[in-house]
Design a protein around this ligand. Structure first.
Ligand SMILES: Nc1nc2c(ncn2[C@@H]2O[C@H](COP(=O)(O)OP(=O)(O)OP(=O)(O)O)[C@@H](O)[C@H]2O)c(=O)[nH]1
Ligand SMILES: [Mg+2]
Length: 234
C-alpha cells in the first residue's frame, strides 16, 4: 500500500527465465507493493513457472505484443483493486528501489514516467531525446518537458488509466509513447523522474537487439506519435 492505495506491478514477459524471478522477488520485497502480475505471451522457456515460484500471479495472454500484454495486465491489476499501477520490464533493466521516486512523483500527478536520459548514450540518447522534444512540442498546451518517450518503467493512478485507456491501444512497443500522447491529449498531470537503467541480465531483446530493431521500433514510435496528433481523437 502507498498512502492508502493498493499498488500492483505489471510485468510483461516473453522468454525471460533468466531474470524473472529476481524481478518478481525485488518488487515483492517492497512494502508498498501489494501485487506482482506477470503477463506471459506463451513463453517457450520457464518464465511462467519461475514467476509463479517467485510469488507472482501469472496471467496468460494469447494476443502477441508488448502493448497487448500491458493492457491485459492493467485490467487484471484494476480488477484486484489497485489504486496505482506500475509498469516495468522482466529483464532486470530497472531497479525496484526506484519505485519510490515514481510513487513520490504521483503525489499531485496522474502519470509518473521514468526517464533513462542520464543513462542512454550515442544515437539512442539523441534519437530518444529528439522524439521526446517532438512529442512535448506537438502537445505544447498541455505537455511538460520530456526527455524519454520509451522508458517502460512508469506508474499511474486508476483514474488516470480510465481517462487515457481509449487512446493507448497499440499492440507493440509504440504503446509507450502513445500512452504519453493520450495523457497530454486528456490534460493529465504527467511527471518525469530519473531512474537507473541497467543492461538486461540475460535472455534476448525483443525491441532493440540490433540496429535494425532499434530503427524499426523508433519508426513505429514516431508513426504512433504523428498518427495520434494528426488523426481523430479516440
Ligand atoms: N508478454 C509479452 N511481453 C513482451 C513482448 N515483447 C516484449 N515483452 C516484454 O517487454 C519487456 C520489454 O522488451 P525488451 O525485449 O526488454 O525490449 P527492450 O527493453 O527494448 O530491449 P533491451 O534493451 O534488451 O532491454 C520485456 O520484459 C519483454 O519480456 C510480448 O510480445 N509479450
Ligand atoms: Mg528491456
Amino acid at each position: 500500500m502507498h498512502k492508502g492505495q493498493s499498488v500492483a506491478v505489471v510485468v510483461p514477459a516473453l522468454n525471460e527465465e533468466a531474470s524473472i524471478a529476481t524481478v518478481v522477488g525485488g518488487f515483492r520485497a517492497l512494502p508498498a507493493v501489494d501485487h506482482v502480475l506477470v503477463i506471459d505471451n506463451g513463453s517457450h522457456d520457464e518464465t511462467a513457472a519461475k514467476a509463479r515460484a517467485a510469488g507472482a500471479r501469472v496471467v496468460p495472454e494469447a494476443r502477441h505484443g508488448y502493448g497487448a500484454a500491458l493492457r491485459t495486465g492493467i485490467e487484471h491489476a484494476l480488477e484486484l483493486g489497485a489504486g496505482i499501477v506500475v509498469l516495468v520490464e522482466a529483464d532486470g533493466t530497472f531497479a525496484p528501489a526506484d519505485l519510490g521516486r515514481l510513487l513520490a512523483a504521483l503525489e499531485g500527478g496522474d502519470l509518473a514516467l521514468g526517464s533513462r536520459s542520464d543513462e542512454l548514450h550515442g544515437a539512442l540518447e539523441l534519437g530518444n531525446r529528439a522524439m521526446a522534444r517532438l512529442l512535448a512540442a506537438l502537445w505544447w498546451r498541455s505537455s511538460c518537458p520530456l526527455s524519454d518517450v520509451g522508458c517502460t518503467y512508469r506508474a499511474f493512478t486508476a483514474p488516470a488509466w480510465a481517462a487515457l485507456q481509449g487512446g493507448a491501444c497499440a499492440e507493440g512497443p509504440e504503446f509507450s509513447p502513445q500512452m504519453i500522447c493520450a495523457a497530454f491529449e486528456r490534460g493529465l498531470r504527467v511527471r518525469e523522474v530519473p531512474v537507473r537503467y541497467f543492461a538486461r541480465s540475460g535472455g534476448e531483446s525483443k525491441h532493440t537487439g540490433s540496429t535494425w530493431a532499434v530503427v524499426r521500433t523508433a519508426l513505429r514510435m514516431l508513426r504512433a506519435i504523428l498518427v495520434k496528433r494528426l488523426g481523430p481523437r479516440r
